[in-house]
Write a protein of this length. Structure first.
Length: 239
């Protein structure tokens, strides 16, 4: 006969998981509620979900990654540094860092999101990573956020092959400025799906002409897809 799992057992398991994550970060939260909030997806219908911390973490990480690249590549131009940062500060880049922490194991999500493989969705993992760094910054300031992020960057981006980085939004902007003396315009066409699993359709216009219309799990993701299509079209026209 299987024994019933008590509420106390569940709480003990949660505490063990939180302790495990803190050991990976080499950081102990003085306010455990802040850590729990950072790991709580909005599908849980909790007032203390992680979207506000995600907003903060996004801004903090943009600065930290920029400083990291500035120090690591002293000979790179501003344009090349911007391209590299854009390739890390996005859903795919932060998903890679979240996977390095096995972050999906620690997220609090609803049963329905669990059944939809929410723990492995790049959008959820990326957003949770941002929220986690936002929580560290809020509690202990920029230096601890830098230490944790630098450690992850060094272990996951220690060998950067510049050929693998294709920030099409930046490359397209450089191309359109040279050819049309203007930058692309992105327009949100539609969004659909429940709050915890939205999809966004964006269109890209250059010189008042629509070049592409693409759908992604975030506005940024859809914009990158649009930019790639438009960039490849313009490159062929230039040949």
């Amino acid at each position: 006969m299987k024994s019933k799992v008590s509420k106390g057992d569940t709480m003990n398991e949660s505490h063990q998981l939180l302790d495990e994550l803190e050991r990976k970060l080499q950081y102990h939260f003085k306010d455990q509620k802040l850590l729990i909030q950072a790991l709580t997806h909005r599908s849980c219908k909790s007032k203390n979900h992680n979207e506000r911390l995600e907003f903060l973490g996004d801004a903090v990480l943009d600065l930290i990654v920029g400083e990291y690249l500035f120090k690591k590549f002293p000979k790179l131009s501003e344009g090349d540094l911007s391209k590299l940062r854009a390739c890390i500060v996005n859903e795919q880049g932060f998903n890679k860092l979240a996977l390095a922490l096995d972050l999906g194991k620690y997220i609090f999500i609803s049963p329905s999101e669990e059944s939809n493989n929410g723990r492995s969705k790049p959008s959820i993992l990326s957003n949770t990573f941002e929220a986690l760094i936002g929580a560290v910054y809020l509690e202990s300031g920029i230096q601890e956020a830098i230490r944790i992020t630098y450690t992850l960057l060094e272990s996951n981006y220690n060998k950067i092959d510049f050929r693998l980085f294709s920030d099409f939004k930046t490359s397209l902007q450089e191309l359109t400025q040279a050819r049309f003396s203007q930058i692309p315009r992105y327009e949100l066409i539609s969004e659909s799906g429940p709050d915890h699993q939205k999809s966004f359709t964006m269109a890209i216009f250059i010189d008042n002409k629509e070049y592409a219309r693409c759908t992604g799990s975030s506005k940024k993701n859809a914009q990158q897809k649009c930019a790639q299509v438009a960039y490849e079209i313009l490159r062929k026209e230039c040949v």
